[in-house]
Ligand binder design. Structure first.
Ligand code: PXL
Length: 278
């Protein structure tokens, strides 16, 4: 099997099972060489915790990138998640340009900035507009419906129908985002799923909806999607694998009220490998 190398750029939330502490093990489990660029170090993630520390690593990013270029290091893909500031988004744009100039490099952006109609703590409209700009530079974007609304300026609706989702996808397309994996899309109480749009082709993978949610599931999904894609699966198959794995991680965490800060993704890694080997 072809051995691929991916760079993932996102923060380290030391506690909380999200961003790099999730992306690195999941991508490695997919059999992909995983290079990390930590954008910041936080004691915990920002969802549901107060008083967390935040060490911005922006100043190191250009020097790390320059060193890699000097060493001739190349990537088959770059996947970005939570980024700490507008400045960092600009730096990531530079990294996209530098590393896709010589070699084909798939740029995957999860605009991890919002959920349930609201931006995450610390982000504002300026940040959202800048993230939209990064999305325009990507080959594939993985927003949830809230993020897609912030990117397009379409009003967020808690209850929506297929026509609304199609209008969001159309707006993303007009804005330059041709390939989109829109997560958390369901039209009834029992089901949810992922809408995969590749140019003019639109498919919806649906599965059961679980009542409880937990933090970090977007990162689990995006990491498994990126890993499955690099393993040679197409976008639809990668989204299906990532969705089934994420569902299993949420099921793993069900009933543990003390574990709402993250999903127990580790014990489901054998299941992910099983899905990849099918
Ligand atoms: O899971 C997304 C994420 C990543 N990193 C940090 C976060 C969040 C979401 O809140 O706060 C620091």
């Amino acid at each position: 099997m072809d051995y691929k190398r991916i760079l993932t750029i996102q923060d380290i939330s030391c506690f909380g099972q999200c961003s790099l502490t999730v992306a690195l093990p999941i991508l490695s489990a997919c059999g992909v060489e995983t290079v990390i660029l930590p954008s910041a170090v936080l004691s915990t993630h920002t969802g549901g915790f107060t008083g967390f520390t935040f060490r911005d690593l922006s100043d190191d990013i250009p020097a790390i990138s320059a060193h890699w270029q000097k060493e001739g290091i190349e990537f088959d893909a770059i996947y970005t998640g939570y980024l700490g500031s507008v400045k960092q988004i600009d730096m990531v744009t530079d990294i996209f340009n530098a590393f896709s100039a010589k070699k084909k490099c798939v740029k995957i952006v999860d605009p991890a900035m919002a959920d349930n109609g609201k931006l995450y703590y610390g982000f504002d409209e300026v940040y959202a507009a800048e993230m939209a700009r990064l999305c325009r530079n990507a080959d594939i974007v993985i927003p949830n419906i809230t993020e897609a609304c912030f990117i397009t300026g379409i009003e967020y609706k808690e209850n929506y129908d297929e026509a609304y989702v199609m209008s969001v996808l159309e707006a993303l397309d007009k804005d330059g985002m041709k390939n989109v994996v829109l997560t958390g899309i369901g039209y009834d109480e029992e089901t949810t799923g992922v809408v995969i749009k590749l140019g003019d082709s639109i498919k919806h993978y649906t599965h059961k909806r679980l009542k409880q949610g937990s933090h970090g599931t977007g990162d689990i999904f995006a990491s498994a999607f990126s890993g499955a894609l690099l393993r040679g699966n197409d976008e639809y198959e990668s989204a299906r694998i990532a969705a089934d794995y994420t569902l299993r991680c949420i099921e793993n965490s069900a009933g543990d009220e003390n574990h709402r800060y993250g999903a127990k993704f580790e014990t489901a890694i054998p299941y992910l490998i099983e899905l990849l080997n099918k």
